[in-house]
Design a protein around this ligand. Structure first.
Ligand code: UDP
Ligand code: MG
Length: 151
């Protein structure tokens, strides 16, 4: 059964610099997901180390944190049916070379260390990431088109 979920999606510094913010937002909008939080943030190293805490110890970790702190990111929360899994499908594989055309990474990226967008990998990590990036909470409103997207 599909369930209504929230996922944390983030345009990474390379995606912002390359002018891909609008395209990435448009993909989630057009798919039917509801935007419930959005902001442009220059994240601190400490904050990014919390976001990627599970990867601490990996050889690429220092480079990853430096990359993620190299410019502002666009932090977003999108809500809808199976938002976490569907968001990952829309993103493509971690390594863009393994991402199918039509996915965000498969359309715009080549290198794993410059893969332009983040998406939560599980409902529990989505909840953790949303709490980390949006401690102020999400925005509550009614989307009047909902009846055209959901049964
Ligand atoms: N990463 C990297 N080298 C690797 C694996 C990952 O630079 O060999 C980076 C890449 O930017 C990736 C991020 O670390 O998006 C987080 O890794 P994860 O395995 O969580 O991939 P994701 O969930 O982003 O697909
Ligand atoms: Mg991940």
């Amino acid at each position: 059964m599909s369930t209504k979920e929230q996922t944390y999606i983030m345009v990474k510094p390379d995606g912002v610099q390359r002018g891909l913010v609008g395209d990435i937002i448009a993909r989630f909008e057009k798919r039917g997901f509801k935007l419930v939080a959005l902001k442009l943030v220059q994240a601190t190293t400490e904050h990014l180390e919390k976001h990627y805490a599970d990867l601490k110890g990996k050889p690429f970790f220092p480079g990853l944190i430096k990359y993620m702190a190299s410019g502002p990111v666009v932090a977003m929360v999108w809500e809808g049916l199976d938002a976490v899994k569907t968001g990952r499908v829309m993103l493509g594989a971690t390594n863009p070379l393994a991402s199918a055309p039509g996915t965000i990474r498969g359309d715009y990226a080549l290198a794993v260390g410059r893969n332009i967008c983040h998406g939560s990998d599980a409902v529990e990590s989505a909840q953790k990431e949303i709490a980390l990036w949006f401690p102020e909470g999400l925005v509550q409103y009614t989307n009047t088109l909902e009846g055209w997207v959901f049964e």
